[in-house]
Design a protein around this ligand. Structure first.
Ligand code: VGL
Ligand code: ZN
Length: 212
């Protein structure tokens, strides 16, 4: 691929680079920490960067602990449809919810928090898991004049995938920087996520395509 030079209408979207998704964290993504230095270098090449934070109240409905007899990684039928249950993670104000210490958020222009409604999970940075409650991010990015969004972070098969798909639905161009993401990978969900993102017209790139 030819070198990509980010311009004024391009924005890097950094998904959930938080301690609980790092090795040793409550919902560890294998090699989650490996993407942090790459993302720092990528952020330095963009004129605009936004970041998301998974931000749950204690006792959130996506936690298996809120459903007696249920275990993490099982699925339940929520009022809005199927929902995977997770270990308690990214509880508002805890160190697990904080960004990884090595992530340099200096150039981040907006931190968008999601998943704070007790009864609704939000994988996507745009629309919560009921598929109708908005986070407001689409309006923000449109108002800023961004046209092409580059996605990096955790996890490829949940928050990154759902965000990328919603970005396409909202009419943004989407580029996934594959080596700057890592997956949880439940039953082949990483491969499924990559196919699904490609199927909606997402460009798959590598950090080297941006000179990183
Ligand atoms: C995520 C599961 C639950 C993610 C967040 O960031 O991909 N996954 N909450
Ligand atoms: Zn979560």
């Amino acid at each position: 691929m030819t070198t990509i030079t980010p311009g004024e209408t391009d924005c890097l979207v950094v998904i959930d680079l938080q301690n609980d998704f790092m090795p040793g964290g409550a919902l560890a993504v294998p090699e989650g920490d490996a993407v942090v230095p790459t993302i720092n270098r990528l952020a330095a090449r963009f004129r605009h960067v936004v970041a998301t934070q998974d931000w749950h109240p204690a006792g959130h409905s996506s936690f298996a602990s809120a459903h007696p007899g249920r275990s993490p990684f099982e699925t339940i039928e929520a009022a809005y449809g199927e929902q995977t249950l997770w270990p308690d993670h990214c509880i508002q104000g805890t160190s697990g919810a904080a960004f990884h210490d090595d992530f340099n958020p200096e150039r981040v222009e907006l931190v968008l928090r999601k998943g704070f409604r007790p009864a609704i999970d939000s994988y996507s940075a745009f629309t919560e898991n009921d598929r109708s409650t908005t986070t407001g991010l689409e309006g923000y990015l449109r108002a800023r004049g961004f046209k092409r969004l580059f996605f990096v972070g955790l996890a490829t098969d949940f928050c990154v995938r759902w965000s990328v798909e919603d970005a396409r639905t909202a009419g943004f161009q989407a580029v996934l920087i594959e080596d700057a993401c890592r997956a949880i990978d439940l039953e082949g969900s990483r491969t499924a996520a990559l196919s699904a993102m490609k199927a909606v017209g997402t460009q798959i790139a590598r950090s080297s395509d941006l000179g990183v």
